[in-house]
Ligand binder design. Structure first.
Ligand SMILES: Nc1ncnc2c1ncn2[C@@H]1O[C@H](COP(=O)(O)OP(=O)(O)OP(=O)(O)O)[C@@H](O)[C@H]1O
Ligand SMILES: [Mg+2]
Length: 231
């Protein structure tokens, strides 16, 4: 019997950017395999390539070499319509900088990804339930400009969750949250991981967040390896 493909398979991925002094090799051969429902934290020093790696997995830019396959399909073989569908339906992306639309309310922002998803079932109900779970029920009519940094971050997380992604890519989702809000957000992500088998790939500087994930990996010198923990 043929083995079922992984949810995500990253093999030998490299990424180089052009720099004045020659190519800057940020990723030098990253391997990563995720099954449905896996939870992984990625840690590593600033500038080591964590956001770059999420951008590649989220198909926002192509790798220089190597393969990224999602549910058995090499992302580089998808055309632009298929890629758009993959980004909209299969993954949720929480950006390091939230990218909310300033002219739209919180509720409208959260519903944006459902506008092109004709399969979304009762998106408003889901939006309101999720906003409630992150403590933003009474902010749904606010525009982002009137929200605190942490409230914007939580709204961006809800937007990423709205289409029931199979994999949530979250870049520092608790970066502007205090301990209590960060704990609440991590609990929500873990509950959805449990309820919907959504896998989590979370970039974080916080060991308090990382320790809740099943695996903690460190990106260093362009490769991903299990983080050594001191006894
Ligand atoms: N589009 C680009 N063009 C050129 N260099 C880039 C580009 N994007 C990122 N870099 C460089 O690649 C390196 C990795 O950047 P990246 O944003 O992935 O780091 P990071 O690990 O997410 O850091 P942080 O923890 O500060 O968010 C940095 O040195 C950055 O300057
Ligand atoms: Mg980053």
């Amino acid at each position: 019997m043929k083995e079922a493909p992984a949810l995500l398979e990253v093999q030998g991925v490299t990424k180089a950017y052009d720099a004045p002094s020659g190519p800057l090799e940020v990723l030098k051969g990253v391997d990563l395999r995720l099954e449905p429902g896996d939870t992984v934290a990625v840690v590593g020093p600033s500038g080591c390539g964590k956001s770059t790696l999420l951008n590649l997995i989220g198909a926002l830019e192509p790798p220089t070499s190597g393969v990224i396959a999602f549910e058995g399909r090499n992302l580089q073989n998808l055309n632009s319509a298929e890629l758009a569908r993959f980004r909209n339906r299969r993954i949720g992306f929480v950006f390091q900088f939230h990218h909310l639309l300033p002219q739209c309310s919180v509720l409208e922002n959260v519903l944006v990804p459902t506008l092109v998803n004709k399969d979304a079932i009762a998106p408003r109900d889901r939006a309101r339930k999720l906003l409630d779970r992150v403590g933003l029920s009474d902010r749904e009519d606010y525009r982002p400009g009137r929200l605190s940094g942490g409230e914007r971050q939580r709204a961006a997380v809800v937007r990423a969750l709205i289409n029931e992604p199979r994999l949530l890519l979250a870049d520092e989702p608790t970066g502007s949250l205090n301990e209590e809000s960060a704990g609440q957000l991590v609990r929500l992500l873990l509950e959805l991981n449990h309820e919907e088998q959504m896998a989590l790939l979370v970039v974080t500087h916080s060991m308090a967040v990382a320790k809740h994930m099943g695996r903690v990996l460190e990106l260093r010198n362009g490769v991903l390896a299990p983080k050594e923990t001191r006894a």
